[in-house]
Design a protein around this ligand. Sequence first.
Ligand SMILES: Nc1nc2c(ncn2[C@@H]2O[C@H](COP(=O)(O)OP(=O)(O)O)[C@@H](O)[C@H]2O)c(=O)[nH]1
Ligand SMILES: [Mg+2]
Length: 491
Amino acid sequence: MTDDPVAAADAVVAAVDPGLRSPGIESRDVVLVTGPWLAGTTSLIAALRERMPEHTFVESEELGPADAPAAVVFVLSAIAPVTESDCALVDLAANHTDLVIGAVAKIDTHRGWRDVLAADQAILAERAPRYAHMPWVGVAAAPEAGKPQLDELVELLSARLNDPDTKRRNRLRAWETRLETVMARYRADGSGADREARVTALRKRRDDILRGRRLSKSERTIALRSQIQQARVQLSYFARNRCTSVRSELQEDVSGLSRRRIGRFEKYVRSRADEVVAEVDEGITKHLGDVARELGLTAPAATSAVQRPEIPAPPLKSRRLETRLMMVLGAGFGLGVALAVSRLFAGVAPGLTIAGLVAGGVVGLVLTVWVVGIRGLLHDRAVLDRWVTDVTTTLRSSTEQLVATRVLAAEASLTSELAALDERESATAAERIAEIDAELREHALATARAAAVAERRLPPLQQALDAVRAELYGPAPEPSGNGSMRARTDA
Ligand SMILES: Nc1nc2c(ncn2[C@@H]2O[C@H](COP(=O)(O)OP(=O)(O)O)[C@@H](O)[C@H]2O)c(=O)[nH]1
Ligand SMILES: [Mg+2]
């Protein structure tokens, strides 16, 4: 045993584990006066400085986290008993210091201060065994009338501060806090408590990636299939519609067609058919492009040269026989008219029989030409009308075929592109999953390592802590001290 009380306390720990050299605090020869807001701390410090100039008094702001004061005066107002948050304050202030004195302030104005003091004492004794033997005094540092009442506190402080055992106990208390902190650290590391949040987040992200992959894959496949089906239906409808409207337009043209324009009509119909095919092709390109864009794929290529349908010439020329028959019928009709006219003349004016004959002949001839001409035009129109119907039917089947071919080709190219895209995304997702798995493994390994370290380090630390507590709370014979110590050890 040495004379140095600090070295004596350190020796208790070193005897268990020589590796434990210092509790890692700086002992300062000051008295910390602290307490809740407006309890009377500042007034008490001022009064104590006057009464005990040989000691230094500080408020908590003046101490660092590793500074250990020689004593702590915990100031509480005499108005009401101590609260939970006040207790947290004293725990913090007395972390590294064993000597804690409770001071109930402003006892000059609060008559029931003794009851408050008793209540405070009971509450703190309940809170932790170390507070069970804590001394309590009443003070009035800045009374409204009369002199400050500090004698008891001053006496207590000077007695305790001059006691060499105080230093040893303070050091032991610092050791106790230090050992508890280190052990808590080892336990937390060993159980992976700190990594828990990160590990949970990683697992969640892993699940999200997997679910996202499954979802996006099936969603896109379904979308492509339904978009292609829609395209097929809508474009076929569009093609049919174009053909129907061009047919009625051309049939209207036919019904008003003059003899002179008949020759040019065929060319006109062919150009309209080409236009319709081009329009349908353009419509297909646009619609498929939209589908591809919506799915984030490249638009299928447009056909380089659209094949126009085979359109036969209208059968206008092959009516020689019918024309001849028409001529004969027309001539008969003309002759009849001529005879009727000449009879009419002969009946009206018998002298004009020759003139009547000539007039009848002329009228008959004119009528014959006219009837034959009209008949021919009507016949041609009827032929063209049928031809227009045939042409638009051909046009319709060829545009529908165009739709079917191009949509099929687009479906093939978009499906294969989608598959490639899926594969790329799968690879990326797999890479990210692998990264997450690696980090999870690392966490599991680190936690296992920390658990092994904790298993090795905790028993000697526990022994050291037991030794420190035995010193602080007294050896086994003291029943209350021993009981408290056991309670804390088990906790
Ligand atoms: N009656 C009475 N009032 C006091 C006493 N000590 C402090 N006070 C008053 O309590 C209030 C708070 O005091 P202060 O020392 O600033 O408290 P702090 O906020 O804890 O530092 C002030 O208005 C003081 O005048 C005392 O012993 N008796
Ligand atoms: Mg103050």
